[in-house]
Structure formats: C-alpha cells, structure tokens
Design a protein around this ligand. Structure first.
Ligand SMILES: NC(=O)c1ccc[n+]([C@@H]2O[C@H](COP(=O)([O-])OP(=O)(O)OC[C@H]3O[C@@H](n4cnc5c(N)ncnc54)[C@H](O)[C@@H]3O)[C@@H](O)[C@H]2O)c1
Length: 335
C-alpha cells in the first residue's frame, strides 16, 4: 500500500519544490498538500502536478484546530512541515500572524500527530535565523537560540515545541535548520528575486544599510534533497543543519546579478537599514554531511545564473498569481 506524506505549506516557494521532488523520485508515494493559501502561496508553482493522481490538495489554516483535526481524519504516514509566515520585514511590521501560524499552527499540528498515532516520521523545517547574528565562525546544532527579530523568535518557539513533543510524547520528529534559500518560484518580495526583477526593469537595486550583511545562500533543490535525506534517515529528536558553508554579502549578490544581466555596476542604492538587522548567519553542517552523507550539488555561480534566467523568462501570470493579497511594495531588500 502506498504511503501518504503530508506536506504543509506546499504551495509556497520551498514546499512546492519539495512536492515536485517527491513525485519525481517516488512513484508509489501519495502527497497531500495542506496549505492556507496566504499571500505568499502561488498555485502555478504546482500546475505541472495538479493532474497527477498521487497528488492532492486541501486548504487548511494550521492555526485553526478544527481544520487541523479534519485534516487528520485521513491516515497520514509522514509529515514534512514547511507552512509558516516567512518574511522578516512583515514580522517587524506585525508579529501577530507569525505567532498564530508559526507557533500556534505548529502546536495544533503536533497535537494531531500525537493523537493520530499513525505518523512514523516528521520533519519540522526551520532556519539558521533562530541563532541570531553570528559575527564569526559557524554555529553548531544545539547552540543557544538568540532570535533577533519576531520571525526568528516565532520559528525558534516552534522548534522548542517540536523538541518538547519529541521528548515528552516520543514523537518521531527531526528538525532541519537551513540557511537562506534562492531559486525559481520564490516570492518577489524576497531579496534575490527582488534584486533580479529590479535589475530586469532597469530600476535601482535597493539594499539595506551598507549591504555588508552576510548570508550563506543555498539553492532550493539542495535544500529539498537535504530535507528528504533527513525524512528518510534522520534520528528522531535530532536537529540537522543545512547550508553551503560559504557566506556572501548582500552587496556582492547584487553585483553578481547585475553582471549576469549585463547591467552597469552602479545600479545599487543603499536605503535605511532594517531595524535589528542581523549582520551574519553561518551554520556548521558537518553533522548532516557525515551522518547522512548529504552535500550540496549546486554552486552559487550556477544556481544564481539559472535563477536569473528563470526570472528573466517568468510571465505576468505567475507574478499575478500569489495568494489572496498583492505583495506589498516597499523600500529595502527582503529575505
Ligand atoms: N526561504 C528561506 O530562505 C528559508 C530558509 C530556511 C527555512 N525556511 C523555512 O521554510 C519554510 C518555507 O519557507 P518558504 O520560503 O517556502 O515560505 P513561503 O512564504 O514561500 O511559503 C509558505 C507557505 O506556507 C503557507 N502557510 C502560511 N501560514 C499557514 C497556515 N497558518 N496554515 C497553512 N499554511 C500556511 C503559505 O500559504 C505558503 O504557501 C518556512 O517554515 C520557513 O521558515 C525558509
């Protein structure tokens, strides 16, 4: 009998790549996508799998316990939990929805996983941002959480609930913490798509502060492969870091994008910094490399070129197909 993998937040950027990843690799799997279709969801991301009999969709807001209960009326064998509010700038404008979706939503999901007793594996998708700014070196799994903004605080809180449920109720769950993702299908409000779209439109590229903030950019396909490795082979109760171990400044990313598009290098405009902006994120990924034999396959050079080409080709239909609310325009870069 085929197994059902529940993917939450599957209509968003990373979740939609992961659903396509699963359906491509596992002919016998059933994939159930549960997503609230918020402003950041884009159903075109999953157009190519909509006719696939192994794929189904249910609209669920995880912050509503009745909806989550209804979701678990089906037999679910595994859970990969991507659903979250994901944008730091929006969390600074208002944390309410981040608390509801990321913390309370994860709590309701954990409760139903616990009650169902059918879920054999669960991966909770988290972020390097829970550690706050790392001025030098690389953070290892299990170091203290020092979130620097409401988004990271909500993700860190959900991680702690996951660890508590694994410990208290023996839930078979793993946590993955990944560095910044980029690639096709990412919402235009995020840093790399925003830089590319501004460059394509011959607009100035707005960068927060002095642009020296450093991130460890990983291609979304490499992230999906790592998540899948954790789903299949991770040890319950463990945290796994995912990243390239290669930090690059925002200014350098913008410059590389301008070069790839043959645009003049002086198109960068520095704008007032984001409040509490973390200077640097950097993870040590020895554990996943050594214990689960995962390593990234897509270099930043190759991945960035592919991503620039994707956005250069993207049509208006994709740009206009996000959730129920239009993406907000504003100053500065997003991540
Ligand atoms: N993008 C990154 O660089 C990055 C890096 C590390 C970790 N992560 C984590 O990966 C996950 C996915 O990120 P993304 O960039 O694809 O985000 P995204 O914003 O593109 O997608 C999030 C999806 O979750 C859904 N969602 C939001 N609230 C929900 C709710 N209450 N109930 C059900 N569905 C809901 C949205 O509709 C959307 O489809 C998040 O948990 C994020 O914290 C992201």
């Amino acid at each position: 009998m085929s197994r059902t993998i529940l993917v939450t937040g599957g209509t968003g950027f990373i979740g939609s790549h992961y659903i396509r990843y699963l359906l491509k690799r596992y002919p016998a799997v059933q994939v159930l996508n549960a997503d609230a279709l918020t402003y950041s969801a884009n159903r075109i991301n999953l157009k190519e799998v909509e006719g696939d009999s192994r794929y189904s969709f249910i609209r669920v807001d995880l912050s509503d316990p009745t909806e989550v209960k209804h979701l678990f009326e089906r037999k679910i064998d595994e859970v990969v939990h991507f659903a979250a509010e994901s944008h730091v700038d929006r969390s600074i404008q208002g944390a309410d929805v981040f608390i509801h979706s990321n913390i309370i939503g994860t709590y309701h999901l954990l409760e139903e996983v616990r009650r169902s007793q059918t879920v054999e594996r669960m991966v909770h998708i988290s972020t390097d941002e829970v550690y706050g700014s790392i001025p030098r070196g690389r953070t290892r799994e299990g170091e203290a959480l020092v979130p620097g903004n409401p988004y990271s605080a909500s993700k860190g809180s959900s991680d702690l609930f996951c660890l508590a449920y694994a410990n208290t109720y023996g839930l078979p769950l793993m946590i993955s913490r990944c560095t910044n993702n980029y690639g096709p299908n990412q919402h235009p409000e995020k840093f790399i798509p925003r830089m590319i779209l501004h460059a394509l439109q011959d607009r100035l590229l707005p960068i927060y502060g002095n642009g020296l903030q450093e991130r460890d950019w990983i291609h979304v396909e490499d992230h999906c492969a790592a998540v899948d490795r954790i789903r299949k082979r991770g040890e319950p109760g463990e945290i796994y870091h995912i990243g390239m171990e290669q930090t690059v400044s925002n200014r350098e990313i913008a410059r590389r994008i301008l070069t790839l598009l043959n645009k003049p290098g002086d198109r960068i405009r520095y704008v007032s910094d984001r409040p509490g902006h973390d200077l640097r994120y950097s993870l040590d990924t020895t554990k996943i490399r050594e214990q689960l034999s995962w390593s990234p396959q897509i270099s930043l050079e190759k991945g960035l070129q592919q991503t620039v080409e994707w956005y250069a080709r993207v049509d208006d239909e994709w740009l206009q197909s996000f959730g129920a609310v239009d993406p907000k325009e504003g100053e500065g870069n997003r991540e």
